[in-house]
Design a protein around this ligand. Structure first.
Ligand code: CP
Length: 314
C-alpha cells in the first residue's frame, strides 16, 4: 500500500483492523519503527480528532510529525495546472507540494470538497494534485469524497462490539443539519461496510441519494423506521444533496434519532464520527447512554492511524 485514500480490499482492511487492535493493547510496541521518519500533516480545513489522533499515532511509532494549517498559516494555493496566477492565489500546488515532498517521508492531507464544483469534487481533484506533485506516500485525512481513517476506526469499533451474529445489520441514517455538509463520511462508511461484508441499509429522505459508486450493494430506503428495525449498529450522519449538488432540501418528517425510534432495536449501538450537533443530529438521551459508541470511535482513530502509518513505513 503506497497511499491510503480509500477501501482497497477485505484482506487489507482485516489486516489493518487486526493491527490496530494490537496497538490498542500496547500502543508503543513499535516505537523504534519510525525513528528518523518525518510526517507532514497538511490541513486545508479544520479538525480536532484527525489532527490529534494522527499525531499521537505517529508519536507512538517514533515518527516526527509537523502540522501545517495551510488554510490559515500558509500561502493561498493555486490548484489548476496552467493557471495565469493574477488573482488571489499566491503559490502553485506544483511548487508547494514538491517542496513538502522534499521535507517529509510521508504526507497526510485534509482537503474538503467545494460542494459547488461537482466534477472536481467527485474526482478528488485537490487530493490528486497533492499526490501528483508531492511524489510521496499520501494518507487522506478526509478528502472531497472519502474519510478512510474515520471508516477504519468505525470498522474497528464494530469489530470490538460484534455479538455472535455472523452478519450484523448495519444502518446508515441521514440526520438533519443547518449547513451543507460533505458526503465523505457517509460515502466511506458505505464503502467500508459493504467491503467488509456487512448487511448495510441506508435510510435518507428523498433527494438525499448518495453517489452510487459508494452505495452499490446496500439496501436503500426512505423509511427510517423500517431501516432501524432490528438494527445492530446505527450510524447517524448528515450529508447535503448529491444530485442537486451541495444543496439542503427541506424535509418535513422528523429524522432526529431518538430512543423512541429505537424501540424495535433494543440491542442497537449508535455511532457518529463527531463533531455532532446535539439534539439536531442526535439526541442527548442517546449520546449520553450506553448505546453510544462515539467516544470509542474517536479513541480508535489513534489505532486506525497507527496501523496505516505502520503499513506505509514497513
Ligand atoms: N471525525 C473527524 O474527522 O473529526 P475532526 O473533523 O475533528 O477531525
Amino acid at each position: 500500500m503506497k497511499h491510503f485514500t480509500q477501501f482497497e480490499n477485505i484482506t487489507t482492511a482485516s489486516a489493518l483492523i487486526d493491527q490496530a487492535l494490537k496497538f490498542k493493547e500496547n500502543p508503543r510496541i513499535n516505537q523504534a519503527l519510525g525513528q528518523g521518519k518525518r510526517l507532514g500533516l497538511i490541513f486545508l480545513n479544520p479538525s480536532l480528532r484527525t489532527r490529534v489522533s494522527t499525531q499521537i499515532a505517529a508519536s507512538n511509532l517514533g515518527i516526527e510529525s509537523i502540522v501545517l494549517n495551510m488554510d490559515k498559516e500558509s500561502w493561498a494555493l493555486e490548484m489548476h495546472d496552467g493557471a495565469l496566477m493574477n488573482k488571489n492565489t499566491v503559490e502553485h500546488i506544483k511548487d508547494a507540494a514538491a517542496v513538502l515532498g522534499s521535507y517529509f517521508d510521508m504526507l497526510a492531507i485534509r482537503a474538503f470538497p467545494s460542494l459547488t464544483n461537482k466534477g472536481e469534487d467527485s474526482d478528488d481533484f485537490t487530493l490528486k494534485q497533492f499526490i501528483k506533485y508531492a511524489k510521496l506516500p499520501v494518507v487522506s485525512l478526509e478528502s472531497a469524497i472519502r474519510h478512510p481513517l474515520q471508516s477504519l476506526a468505525d470498522m474497528i469499533t464494530i469489530r470490538e462490539n460484534l455479538s455472535t451474529k455472523s452478519k450484523p445489520k448495519v444502518v446508515l441514517t441521514w440526520a438533519p443539519h443547518i449547513k451543507a455538509i460533505p458526503h465523505a463520511v457517509a460515502n466511506s462508511f458505505a464503502e467500508w461496510s459493504i467491503g467488509c461484508g456487512y448487511d448495510l441499509t441506508i435510510a435518507h429522505p428523498e433527494g438525499y441519494e448518495l453517489d452510487e459508486r459508494f452505495t452499490q450493494g446496500a439496501h436503500i430506503t426512505h423509511n427510517q423506521d423500517e431501516a432501524l428495525a432490528d438494527a445492530d449498529f446505527v450510524y447517524v450522519k448528515n450529508w447535503s444533496a448529491f444530485h442537486e449538488y451541495g444543496k439542503i432540501i427541506h424535509v418535513n418528517q422528523p429524522w432526529l434519532l431518538t430512543e423512541e425510534k429505537l424501540k424495535n432495536s433494543p440491542q442497537a449501538k449508535v455511532m457518529h464520527c463527531l463533531p455532532v450537533r446535539r439534539n439536531l443530529e442526535l439526541s442527548d438521551e442517546i449520546l449520553d447512554s450506553p448505546r453510544s459508541l462515539v467516544q470509542e470511535q474517536a479513541n480508535n482513530r489513534i489505532y486506525a492511524a497507527q496501523a496505516v502509518l505502520k503499513h506505509i513505513i514497513s
